[in-house]
Design a protein around this ligand. Sequence first.
Ligand SMILES: NC(=O)c1ccc[n+]([C@@H]2O[C@H](COP(=O)([O-])OP(=O)(O)OC[C@H]3O[C@@H](n4cnc5c(N)ncnc54)[C@H](OP(=O)(O)O)[C@@H]3O)[C@@H](O)[C@H]2O)c1
Length: 268
Amino acid sequence: MPRLVRYQGRVALVTGGSSGIGEAIARGLAARGAAVALLSRGSTRLQAAADRIAGVGGVVSTHPCDVGDAAGLASAIDAATARHGRLDIVVCSAGIGAHGLFPDTSIEAMDAILRTNVQGLVHTLHFALPHLLARGEGWVVNVSSVAGRLGQPDEAIYSASKFAVTGLSEALTVELAPRGIHVLALYPGLVRTALFTDAELARLPERVRRSALHPDDVARATLRGLELGRHEVTIPRVAVGGYLIRTLAPGVFRRILASIRLPALPSR
Ligand SMILES: NC(=O)c1ccc[n+]([C@@H]2O[C@H](COP(=O)([O-])OP(=O)(O)OC[C@H]3O[C@@H](n4cnc5c(N)ncnc54)[C@H](OP(=O)(O)O)[C@@H]3O)[C@@H](O)[C@H]2O)c1
């Protein structure tokens, strides 16, 4: 498997690079010597992140765009590639989340999640992959979620969007390997970022909220995964136990999940 052993001289495109996990991965890449091109919607937040990342060294560029707008996304990726002259690493971290029961979720909110988390990521790869394929070498990081391995009540549409990312990544891992492209799917548990509002987090039990990770922990695990040639990184590792229980004893798994999510679930 192609391990990422050298960052110097490489160029990374990071969607969702203005905040949270995307920013932390971009900072990690820049600190190791890669140039980074950041994409997200809010240009002020994007510039602020670029300034923070430039502080650790490296060349940083910003390309404001909405991953849900195919034409704008294509122009942003072309501009980023032209600016740096090449593309080696694509990190798809742009995403939105929502906690809420399915019947209480508006169709507009559902569509926004699917457009950003699924269509936006698919389109990013569609426009970016030709640059990697042309070099015969490259790395893709698709940010899924533990919710993309274990269906989560109270975030059903978000979970559905992340299962799509999981399936896409699993297929592309095999499809793109012969062409020199290494795909890593990232499965974080709860991370302290701007993804969920305080009101949404209040729907989780206190002990789950207390266990939230820092984005830098996720970035470190991701870069280590790339360096070791891994195709999957789950953080925290304890979640892998959940995958096993889900497979071997689905009834037990459902009871555990229901008890964890009890505060938000409707009573009979
Ligand atoms: N936080 C968690 O607990 C957790 C757990 C598992 C997986 N994840 C995944 O990690 C990824 C990053 O989330 P995060 O936790 O780091 O949240 P975050 O801090 O809110 O970052 C989300 C990033 O995505 C950008 N973004 C959102 N919608 C966009 C759009 N339509 N077009 C372009 N950029 C867009 C945001 O910037 P703008 O709003 O300015 O566009 C921001 O840069 C997401 O895919 C999320 O599903 C998060």
